[in-house]
Design a protein around this ligand. Structure first.
Ligand SMILES: *Cc1c(COP(=O)(O)O)cnc(C)c1O
Length: 358
């Protein structure tokens, strides 16, 4: 039986990408060895890197005045690199606190200056995104940071706030899942392991003027300029991850780019929420309707015992990764770009059966 992978990250990758990587694994383009065995300084890898950059630029319509770089350490290192590079002494760093990842970013930023939460849904267990029109970041802040999709609580911004200071977004769990305007942001970052490829690196899209802010005492490997000035090749980059990202982004383009991807994602999420909402209260989404994520669908059952049983039986039915995050409990179905509609259909039919039997 085909297994559908609902893990939150590392997560499902397109089947055709996995097959192509397998084919090329030992012999990349007739070179006699695999891409991860090649030097990061040779022409073959240069082409892979250029191709990944081109694809990202094309898919997200990244303007010319932004650089795209690949940095080890995942999204979590960005929580520290952002304040290290972009905090201006005396100017607060402003955040919208919408979940565990926002809170972690704030904790790191507090090591480098004053942190202000100008919006928060913490008091309501992070069950919604605060009204974006009421978010009023100050022109005098170092930057304003948001988390576009809250992977653990299953909430997602429908539209983005306006910010007079550079707006920064952690888009780890919804980058390339929908259209948005890159030029509204000063910096966008994403751990690759949700929608882009394997774990261990972050894709960072940074407006060129921000690169110059970094104070002199920031170490070389923690400076954005080290990556932008050397095309991510100052040291040995995660070559296999960048290669996989180039294949995943090829796939996104083959699907028809963000227009097409967004439509499919909307359809998948709508079907799943419909299954939850039409279950006479057996399944229940804790998330306010206007904030529901199309990437991480979180729901509860009447009791924790039933939730445990649901997870156990779903594995037997060919679905893995449905257990909710340990801090939120319940069930979480992560339905990133690479989750096919058949996976949603399998889950819905399992949910209907489980409800009937329990
Ligand atoms: C997964 C995730 C992270 C952490 O990514 P790492 O690569 O493990 O550091 C940060 N932010 C969000 C929104 C995430 O989903």
């Amino acid at each position: 039986m085909k297994v559908f992978n609902f893990n939150a990250g590392p997560a499902v990758l397109p089947a055709v990408v996995m097959e192509r990587a397998q084919k090329e694994f030992c012999d990349y383009h007739g070179s006699g060895c695999g891409i991860m065995e090649h030097s990061h300084r040779n022409k073959l890898f240069d082409e892979v890197l250029a191709h990944a950059n081109d694809n990202i630029r094309k898919i997200l319509a990244v303007p010319e005045n932004y650089d795209i770089v690949y940095i080890q350490g995942g999204a979590s290192l960005q929580f520290a690199m952002i304040p290290m590079n972009l905090a201006i002494p005396g100017k607060p760093m402003e955040f919208a606190d919408t979940g565990t990842w926002s809170a972690k970013a704030m904790k790191e930023a507090a090591l480098f200056g004053e942190v202000k939460a100008i919006a928060s849904s913490k008091a309501d267990k992070y069950t919604y995104i605060p009204d974006v029109d009421s978010m009023k970041p100050s022109a005098d802040a170092s930057f304003f940071h948001i988390t576009s999709n809250n992977t653990i609580y299953g909430t997602q911004y429908r539209k983005f706030p306006e910010s007079p200071c550079p707006m920064i977004a952690d888009m780890s769990s919804d980058i390339m899942s929908r259209r948005f305007d890159v030029s509204k942001f000063g910096l966008i970052y994403a751990g690759a392991q949700k929608n882009l490829g394997p774990s261990g690196m972050a894709v960072v899209i940074i407006r060129k003027d921000l690169v110059d802010r970094t104070p002199a005492n920031v170490p070389t490997m923690l400076r954005y300029a080290t990556f932008t000035e050397n095309n991510s090749l100052y040291n040995t980059p995660p070559t296999f991850g960048i290669y996989m990202l180039s294949l995943v982004t090829d796939w996104v383009l083959e699907q028809g780019g963000l227009d097409a991807i967004e439509k499919v994602n909307d359809r998948k999420a709508a079907a799943l929420y419909e299954g939850i909402d039409s279950s006479d209260g057996f399944y229940r989404s804790p998330v306010r309707k206007d904030s529901r994520s199309r990437m991480n669908v979180v729901f509860r059952l009447p009791t924790e015992e039933l939730e445990a049983k649901f997870v156990k039986e779903s594995i037997a039915a060919g679905m893995i990764g449905l257990k909710g995050h340990r801090s939120a409990g319940g069930i979480r179905a992560s339905i990133y770009n690479a989750m096919p509609m058949e996976g949603i259909e399998r889950l819905l039919s399992f949910m209907a059966d489980f409800r009937k039997n329990n």
